[in-house]
Design a protein around this ligand. Structure first.
Ligand code: FAD
Length: 477
């Protein structure tokens, strides 16, 4: 009797899940397990906020609950535990006499340390650990270069993979799973298990009502491509700021593995064949290649990704560690409406558009000179779509310590705001105190004179903060 434990990690899906499919094919009985590691919810000692905040904690619980339901529909169950994954899994594997644990392969150190720790515990029991690469569009083994030769410039990477590699086909979902009997399935934790208050409140102004799990992820894919056909205009709308339609919003499901990038790829190919093929349909794939790029960058550069000196190993650059300024940024109290609107959206919903992320990132590091790793840690805590490679990789670029010299850009916040939020609808959405300010003045409220402030119902320094830097410099450029 061959038994395999399948350890679900950031691959919380049944579709296109090579590791799980192989476990089901190769074993007589499988034990699917998810372990919540309480360490992920701890407070960061230097920064005073949690590593994983309430939005992602809640989303993760929803993902696991959905996976449990989907496994039940296939005659199985998901065993759920709270604890150190390496310890819990090794014990379970031993308890059921498993010959192996299968799981997906991760690339960043906290995750690979957990793999090593598990492997160490399994070796003396003659239990194998087999890891499957399954989070990218292009499989690591299909890259036309060794990881050590990964191109520094994204466009070179993209050209090479597009010309010389093929996206592998998706795996079929397992129809029936034979479960190892008589293992206590365990209760699902709730956010209170990890010390969060009773219920999660999200702001109704949110861009999209993110709900965790493969079921909703597949519905979003269906709706974005086939029902609403939003993909047809993605390239034109993707810099939007308000609402659920301007971009795919696949990120949170991709980050938790509820959605496979290869499934998106296959669906886009089918859409192109059956409906329309244009720059927009391609551009969604283009963005998924960025996602791949950051994962391979993490694989190549290891822990440099998380250090202030960055991938570039720039030890000359000095960063400010001004706690007060950082808090004003984090809480959306900088007095720069475009920054504050984005930061309040993040704090109140766990999401921010790509345009917003680039601007608030540039503002923190280039205008305030604050240590970019603080900004990355804040994003890590709040983002529902947090992914270590995409987050820390993008922050490396924002801070100018990345590996692609072309990606060290400065954002003039005022021109970005007037270009992407011409009518001020986005800032007014998140800063209701500025509702009456006319569109042509709302991105520079600090220039309002006393009479205008009275007329538009704003009192600078009272109902809306004075700016923490002089925005005048953006007008001269
Ligand atoms: C400072 C900073 C931090 C970021 N942190 C994260 C993060 O933690 N997790 C994350 O998924 N994305 C991150 N991004 C990338 C990007 O902002 C989000 O992927 C995107 O906004 C998510 O919305 P969407 O799914 O609607 O994207 P779409 O525009 O619809 O793009 C489709 C998919 O392509 C991928 N993608 C798009 N842009 C990027 C990019 N620049 N880098 C990597 N992948 C990309 C995402 O998986 C996304 O879901 C970050 C960007 C910046 C500038």
């Amino acid at each position: 009797m061959k038994r395999i434990v399948y350890w679900f990690r950031n691959d919380l899906r049944l579709h296109d899940n090579e590791g799980f499919t192989r476990a089901v094919q190769q074993a007589d009985e499988v034990l699917p397990v998810f372990v919540f590691d309480p360490k992920l919810f701890d407070e960061l000692p230097d920064l005073g906020f949690r590593k994983t905040g309430i939005f992602r904690a809640n989303f993760l619980i929803e993902c696991v609950a959905d996976l449990r339901r989907n496994l039940r529909n296939r005659g199985a169950h998901l065993i759920v535990r709270v604890g150190n994954p390496a310890t819990v899994l090794a014990e379970l594997a031993q308890q059921i006499g498993a010959s192996a644990i299968y799981a997906s392969k991760e690339v960043t150190s906290e995750e690979t340390d957990m793999e090593s720790s598990l492997s160490k515990r399994l070796k003396p029991q003659n239990i194998d650990l087999e890891l499957f690469w399954q989070s990218t569009l292009y499989h690591v083994r299909d890259l036309p270069f060794a990881i050590a030769q990964l191109p520094d410039v994204f466009s070179q990477f993209r050209n090479q993979v597009e010309r010389r590699a093929k996206v592998r086909s998706t795996f079929e979902d397992p129809v029936r799973v034979r479960l190892v009997p008589e293992v206590d399935p365990g209760d699902m934790p709730s956010i209170t298990t990890f010390g969060f208050p009773g219920e999660m409140k999200t702001d109704i102004r949110r861009a999209v009502p993110f709900k965790g799990g493969e079921t909703v992820a597949l519905e979003r894919l269906e709706s974005y491509l086939w029902e609403k056909e939003l993909i047809k205009t993605y390239k034109e709308t993707r810099n939007g700021l308000v609402g659920e339609n301007y971009s795919s919003k696949f990120s949170a499901w991709l980050a938790h593995g509820c959605l496979s990038p290869r499934l998106i790829y296959e669906e886009v190919m089918r859409y192109e064949a059956e409906r329309v093929k244009n720059d927009s349909t391609y551009w969604l794939i283009f963005e998924l290649i960025w996602r791949d790029f950051f994962r391979f960058v993490a694989l190549r550069f290891g822990d440099r990704l998380f250090k202030a000196s960055g991938i570039k190993h720039d030890i000359q650059k000095r960063w400010r560690r001004d706690n007060d300024l950082f808090i004003r940024w984090a809480e959306g109290e900088t007095g720069i409406p475009f920054i504050d609107a984005n930061m309040r959206e993040l704090a109140q919903t766990g999401f921010m558009s790509n345009r917003g992320r680039q601007n608030v990132g540039s503002f923190l590091v280039k205008d305030l000179g604050i240590d970019w790793t603080w900004g990355a840690a804040w994003f890590e805590s709040l983002l529902v779509d947090y992914d270590p490679c995409s987050n820390w990789g993008n922050w490396n670029y924002t801070a100018g310590v990345g590996n692609d010299p072309r990606e060290d850009r400065y954002f003039n916040i005022y021109s970005q705001a007037t270009r992407y939020d011409e009518k001020g609808a986005f800032v007014k959405h998140w800063l209701p105190e500025l509702t009456q300010v006319p569109a042509q003045k709302v991105h520079l409220v600090s220039a309002l004179n006393r009479r205008e402030q009275e007329e538009f119902g704003v009192a600078l320094g009272d109902t809306y903060p004075m700016p923490i830097i002089n925005p005048g410099k953006w007008l001269k450029r």
